[in-house]
Design a protein around this ligand. Sequence first.
Ligand SMILES: NC(=O)c1ccc[n+]([C@@H]2O[C@H](COP(=O)([O-])OP(=O)(O)OC[C@H]3O[C@@H](n4cnc5c(N)ncnc54)[C@H](OP(=O)(O)O)[C@@H]3O)[C@@H](O)[C@H]2O)c1
Length: 315
Amino acid sequence: MDQHLFTNAIVKENDRIPVTVIGLGNMGQALAAAFLRAGHPVTVWNRTAGKADLLVGNGAVQAETAHEAVAASKVIVVCLSTYEVVKSTLIPLAAKLAGRFIVNLTTGTPNKARLLDTWAKEKGIEYLDGAIMAVPPMIGTPNALILYGGRKELFETYQPVLQVMGGGTTYLSEDTGVALLYDMAMLTMLYGAWYSYFHAHALLRTANISAEEFLPYTKDWLQHMIVPSLTSSDAARILDERQYETDVSNITVNKLTLDHIVNSSRELGVPVDWLLPIQTVTDGMLAQGFGNDGFERVFESMINRSVATPLDQNR
Ligand SMILES: NC(=O)c1ccc[n+]([C@@H]2O[C@H](COP(=O)([O-])OP(=O)(O)OC[C@H]3O[C@@H](n4cnc5c(N)ncnc54)[C@H](OP(=O)(O)O)[C@@H]3O)[C@@H](O)[C@H]2O)c1
C-alpha cells in the first residue's frame, strides 16, 4: 500500500490534533514526518536544532526550547536515545506536562518504563510506553509494529493519533513495562540469531566458502528445522506446559552435537566463548538425569525463580 495514502486515509479531520515530537534522531524524524503526512499540526524540538530543517520545510514548527515544544500540544511523542535522556529532558518540564499525554517510544528496560509511569502519575501526566519494532523507513506504513503498555483507556482515546505512526499499532497490557518486555524478548532472539549466523560463517570461511555460496543450503534448512521450533504452537506449548519428554532428539544427543561444534570451532580457530555456557547448562541437565528429555529443558535453567509468573501461579 502506498505509504502516503495509508497515513492520510486513517486520520479523520477531527483527529488531526496538534502533536509535539521531542527528539529528532533517525526515528524521531520519521515519526514527525508521518504526523505531517497525516495532516497533523506538528511542533518539534531537538537538542541539535539543525535536525529539524527538513521537517520545517515540510510544515513543522520548530520550538526554541523543550518547554515551548511541550506547551504547543496536548500529545507529546518522545523518542530520545535513552531513558536517562528522557528523564533529564522531561523532569524539569513536569509542571507544564501536567494534564498532557506523553507517549514515550524510547527504548529502555521494562522497569525504567514502569518508574517513569509512576513519576508521570504523581505529576498528573497521562503516560503510555511504546516499543517500536520497526526501522525509520517503515514508520507510517501498515507494516510498522508498535507495541504499547499502560492504561487501556488512554490507548483507546489516542488510538487514531498513535495509528499514524504504524499500521501495527497494538495494545498489550495495563502493565507499562510490557511493551519493552516484548521488545527485549524479540531483540534477544535477533541478536542470538545474528551471533550464531556470524559464527557459522566464520567456520565456513576457514574453507574459503562464501556466504553467498552457502545460501541455497541454509535457506530451506532454516525454514524446515529452525523456524518451526521458534514459531509453532507445538513449540510454544512445550515451554508453557514445561513438559520436555521427547522421542525425537534428546539432551544426550544434543550434548554430543554441541561438543562437536565447540571442538570443530577450536580446531579451526573460531572463538567458542559464547558456546561454553550452553555446554555447562547442558552438562548440568545430564548430571541431574534429564538426558532423555528434549533440549527445551534448558529453559528451566533460565526461569527466574524469584518472580512468580502467572503461568507458575496457575500450577
Ligand atoms: N533507529 C531505529 O531503527 C530504531 C528502531 C526502534 C527503536 N528505536 C529507538 O528510538 C530511540 C531513538 O533512536 P534513533 O535511531 O532516533 O537514535 P539517534 O538517531 O541516535 O537519535 C538520538 C536522539 O536522542 C537525542 N539525544 C541524545 N543524547 C541527548 C542528550 N543528552 N540530551 C538531549 N537529547 C539527546 C539526540 O539529539 P541530538 O540530535 O542533539 O544528538 C537525538 O534526538 C532509541 O531509544 C532507539 O532504541 C530506534
